[in-house]
Write a protein that binds this ligand. Structure first.
Ligand code: NAP
Length: 254
């Protein structure tokens, strides 16, 4: 049995685990940070919680005699991706990143890209606006510096404590979100501008398409840089890489 560790927290990681679960030659573990209260069910055993930095992850890989590491985390989960690259090197474990391509603006999109939340708040301007915020709870705090806006915040888990601003509502929901529902929400809430990440993929693209249809502006946080490790975009490419990596390590007698 070859041992595979998937760093997850994404739909891609869940689907990869689903594809690998029936294989009798592999023992697959999926790792979650433990951020969400009720994580989606997974087809393989799950371990939860941080490893304790680069060395902690390297020790885990060695201890579990991991044969291959697949980083299928979210494009904005920069710290774990960086840690994975360095830990794989330390533990001499082959690593592959599965990276969702970013969305590309098309005709009709009114996007502006900003470096971080401080710049996002600045881009909202001083006049009060109705803002749809599709971000995680860890990113929201800078919005407290612009209490003149109304915020409709959608996140998987409740925002607790709520933002210290006078005008905010909260929706707890997990994607995928389709365009028609997103458009209905934006219209009903009289949203003027959207604040989001360039997550890529289809699950959260509905709001982007809906914004285009309604002529709404979108502020996107810039993607963080990624470490320099082999990377692919599709599940099929991961499966191909995995078979190759495991054959090579078996031939070397590792
Ligand atoms: P992050 O800032 O890159 O990671 C912070 C710390 O959390 C890491 O140093 C690591 O702790 C731990 N960690 C993160 N992902 C982990 C995993 N899959 N398994 C075990 N420990 C993990 O990550 P984040 O942005 O907080 O995201 C956390 C998780 O949520 C990720 O798994 C990501 O795929 C998922 N997610 C993130 C976003 C987003 O926008 N950031 C969106 C959707 C899903 P140690 O250093 O102690 O190992």
């Amino acid at each position: 049995m070859r041992r595979i560790l998937i760093l997850g927290g994404t739909g891609e990681a869940r689907r990869l685990a689903q594809r690998l679960a029936p294989r009798t030659d592999l023992a697959v573990t999926l790792s979650l940070a433990g951020r969400t209260g009720s994580p989606a069910a997974q087809a393989v055993p799950v371990r939860t919680g941080g490893f304790g930095g680069v060395q902690g992850l390297a020790d885990y890989l060695a201890r579990e005699r991991t044969d291959a590491l697949i980083d299928a985390t979210h494009p904005y989960a920069a710290r774990i991706s960086g840690n994975a690259a360095r830990a794989a090197e330390l533990a001499q474990v082959p690593i592959l990143a599965m990276r969702r391509p970013a969305w590309i603006a098309v005709a009709g999109d009114r996007w502006s890209e900003v470096a971080d939340m401080e710049h996002a708040v600045h881009a909202l301007g001083s006049a009060p606006r109705r803002v749809f915020v599709a971000l995680g709870r860890n990113e929201l705090f800078p919005l407290a510096g612009a209490p003149q806006h109304y915020y409709l915040v959608r996140s998987i888990d409740p925002i607790d404590p709520p933002l210290p601003v006078p005008f905010a509502d909260y929706i707890n929901a997990r994607g995928p979100f389709d365009e028609a529902d997103e458009r209905a929400l934006l219209i009903e809430q009289r949203i003027e501008i959207i604040l989001a990440k360039n997550s890529g993929g289809s699950a959260s693209y509905g709001k982007i398409a809906a914004a285009r249809a309604l002529g709404l502006a979108v502020i996107l946080l810039r993607r963080p840089p990624v470490p320099n490790v082999p990377a692919v975009e599709s599940l099929e490419q991961v499966l191909g890489w995995l078979d190759h990596a495991l054959t090579v390590s078996a031939a070397r007698g590792v």
